[in-house]
Design a protein around this ligand. Structure first.
Ligand code: ZN
Length: 500
């Protein structure tokens, strides 16, 4: 490709460098920074974010895009060049359609709202959060008008995380499996509490937890030569370059699950980022294509592999020898059932596979009303609890365990929640395709071999980075758009086996 295209790529790489430098500061803030550093760090991050934004929306970038288009014009749709131009144009359009004054107003409102939310949550006082939430929503509605949408203002926000997805498609997907989930969870409840997870809630030495978790994800194929794991309050995965994709986790000395399955989860995100084609490194294409596809990979390694019977056939003897006092007398079947226990709970991040998407549906339906203003904000806790009861059969005893539990709305992240559920649906779809191509994958997993599965994901998903949208990728891989029936079948088979 010619000089004009190269000049555009150089520009885009420069912008990405600023973003990735900001990522290092962000990681440090979550992992190492003393509390006193907060104010200074916020100022540094704001400066870097302004520099990256100015570089992107500048006339110079617009000119480089227009010039490159004359060279790339007729390149094949699948080529790196055509994909680069598509993504650059999309990013440019998104960044320029909202006036900087509104962007700044939102950033300020979000910083304030986040503080108020944390306080309101600690005090279990929704009323305190209400004015800050109202302000965020007013600003977000204005943002939606600038961004533009075809059907519902919510579409403008969804598009940030799941390009091309719309509220009506999400609603259809959710409506198509809500009833099945509700009856599955109710049927399990009827069986009584035949599965206990008490054995997971013993004392587990933290150093040994760390060593075991790292051993598992190293076996998956998370490359520690190009990554590392640290401790953070809210676990995440973050990319500085393809040579440095880090994960974090949190340890609980009297509960085995959070660190073990959290590490597997984040390693799925990280292997996606580590697996992007090296030729795309440093460009806007060198990361996962959408939050839903990203989540499909974390859920694959956390649940479809990490909570499967074949996996523990291989891993359990190792876990037993790591924790002989706690698990020496527990057989693998009892352990397998314990890690797959289904029980409706109030908190999304602790939800099991069967109830998880119901937590998301509650939030999605409420968000639609928030965006249009269809419901008065003071009715929110009541609305939350009513929906919660009708889907999960339990009512949160407090707003802290209900409408105030998640950080997203205070951070202006409207439209983010559905991507978690879409991720679960996509995992089932992608895994089904991998199994069709290589039916012996479960046998390999039972021997601690993960490369056939990982390489299938790398070749079909990871390597493309952002070249294709989630819709394009899903259509190409499965011959259909995102779909819920495979996920439901997976859950029904799994829990029929466990609960009878
Ligand atoms: Zn995740």
């Amino acid at each position: 490709m010619g000089e004009k295209y190269q000049a555009l790529v150089e520009r885009l790489k420069e912008i990405r460098n600023v973003d990735r430098a900001a990522a290092v500061l962000h990681w440090d803030q979550q992992v190492n920074m003393p509390r006193g550093g907060a104010r200074g760090r916020a100022a540094q991050l704001a400066t870097l974010s302004r520099i990256a934004h100015e570089l992107l929306i500048s006339d110079e970038t617009a000119r480089l895009i227009a010039d490159a288009e004359t060279e790339v014009g007729s390149a094949d749709y699948d080529s790196v060049e055509a994909s680069m131009l598509r993504v650059a144009k999309r990013d440019f359009r998104k960044s320029t359609c909202v006036p900087s004054s509104l962007v700044a107003e939102l950033a300020e409102a979000e910083t304030l709202a986040h503080e108020v939310w944390a306080e309101a949550r600690a005090q279990d006082n929704f009323g305190k959060f209400l004015p800050a939430l109202q302000r965020i929503l007013d600003l977000k509605r204005r943002e939606a008008e600038f961004r533009g949408y075809s059907e519902h203002p919510y579409d403008a926000f969804l598009d940030d995380y799941e390009p091309g997805m719309t509220a009506s498609r999400v609603k259809k997907l959710f409506d198509a499996h809500k009833g099945e989930l509700v009856s599955l969870v109710a049927a399990i409840k009827e069986r009584g509490d035949g599965v206990s997870d008490a054995l997971l809630r013993q004392t587990y030495d933290i150093d040994k937890q760390r060593a075991f978790g790292e051993q598992m994800v190293r076996a998956y194929g998370y490359d520690f030569e190009r990554g590392r794991q640290d401790v953070a309050v809210h676990p995440f995965c973050i990319t500085f370059s393809q040579g440095d994709v880090r994960i974090t986790t949190r340890y609980n000395s009297d509960y085995l699950n959070p660190a073990l399955f959290g590490t597997m989860h984040e390693s799925g995100h990280a292997m996606y980022e580590q697996g992007v084609d090296p030729a795309l490194e440093g460009t806007p294409l060198s990361r996962g294509t959408s939050l839903g596809v990203h989540e499909s990979q974390s859920r694959l390694w956390e649940n479809f592999v990490g909570r499967s019977r074949p996996f523990w056939t291989w891993a359990y003897p190792q876990l037993q020898s790591t924790f002989p006092d706690q698990l020496g007398g527990v057989d693998v079947e009892t352990f397998y059932r314990a890690i797959n226990r289904v029980a409706p709970s109030f908190v999304r991040v602790e939800a099991d596979e069967a109830t998880y998407n119901l937590h998301i549906m509650v939030r999605f339906e409420i968000e639609l009303d928030l965006v249009t203003g269809a419901v008065p904000l003071e009715k929110l806790p009541q609305l939350w609890n009513e929906k919660f009861e009708s889907y999960l059969g339990i009512v949160p005893p407090s707003d802290k365990l209900g409408v105030l539990q998640d950080v997203h709305w205070s951070s202006g992240l409207i439209g983010y929640f559905p991507t978690y559920a879409i991720g679960n649906l996509l995992t089932a779809q992608f895994y089904r395709q991998a199994l069709a191509a290589h039916p012996f994958i479960p046998d390999e997993i039972a021997q601690g071999k993960f490369d056939t599965l990982r390489e299938w994901m790398r070749a079909n998903i990871y390597q493309h980075g952002r070249k294709f949208t989630a819709d394009e990728l899903t259509q190409r891989l499965t011959g259909e758009p995102v779909e819920c029936s495979y996920f439901i079948t997976y859950l029904q088979e799994k829990y029929r086996d466990i609960y009878g």
